[in-house]
Design a binder for this molecule. Structure first.
Ligand SMILES: [Zn+2]
Length: 227
């Protein structure tokens, strides 16, 4: 009996630990229920926190962090920025200078090669932007970057597209947001699989914000505002 209770309690604790920070979920729900009532939770596109190399790429509330878990065994590889608007309204801009590629089959995603990591210049990194399409996969990426775009130089601050809710399943779209992640290079000039957190970098020092779920269980409100 005791063994069973211990097992159940352990299971519940493990499950709770696997969920994203409750504080962040509660706040995100509050925000999405009425975005205009929480302007102070929104970070603005183009903001660059002191000492950080990257521009904040879009307007919105930072809902989920690098390392948040949505199900057991899963770790979020990037950050999610929720506009609080309908799909196709809120612009997304390049966070840094780099060379943009859109694979022929990509409806909602772009990847930008940064030849010299500003924090570790001897390596190349990649910036991955996704959910730039509506629920049915109609792209919100600007016409300058059609499918098959390869290595087009794009300076920081360039308009890339608009936040959408594409998930791959039209019946189950995600909330309108931008997912952005920093992906490692394979050492031979190709990006690694973004879906594994081990292939991505903690975005905190690049944006000058506490974006690591392992060390921040609270919200992220702005450059100079403690959580
Ligand atoms: Zn995400």
């Amino acid at each position: 009996m005791v063994v069973v209770i211990v097992a159940v309690v352990t299971g519940v604790l493990l499950y709770l630990r696997s969920l994203p920070s409750t504080q962040r979920v509660v706040r995100l729900r509050q925000f999405l229920a009425n975005p205009p009532s929480h302007p102070e939770w929104i970070m603005r596109a183009g903001t660059r926190c002191e000492g950080a190399p990257f521009l904040f790429p879009t307007d919105g509330m930072i809902g989920f962090l690098w390392g948040d878990s949505f199900r057991p065994g899963h770790r979020h590889q990037g950050i999610d920025i929720f506009a609080g608007t309908e799909p196709g309204i809120t612009p997304v801009f390049a966070a840094y200078d780099g060379y943009l590629t859109r694979l022929p089959e990509w409806k909602s995603s772009l990847i930008q090669r940064v030849p010299r990591d500003p924090l570790q210049p001897d390596r190349q990194i990649w910036l991955y932007y996704t959910h730039l399409a509506d629920a049915n996969g109609h792209s919100y990426i600007v016409d300058d970057f059609p499918p098959g775009t390869y290595e087009v130089f794009v300076p920081a601050g360039s308009l890339l597209g608009y936040q959408g809710n594409y998930s791959g399943d039209p019946h189950n779209p995600v909330g309108v947001h931008l997912h952005i992640s920093i992906v490692k290079d394979d050492g031979k000039g190709k990006f690694l699989n973004e879906l594994h957190i081990g292939n991505t970098l903690d975005p905190s020092p690049y944006f000058g914000l506490p974006l690591n779920a392992h060390t921040n269980s609270g919200p992220v409100l702005g450059c100079d505002r403690a959580p």
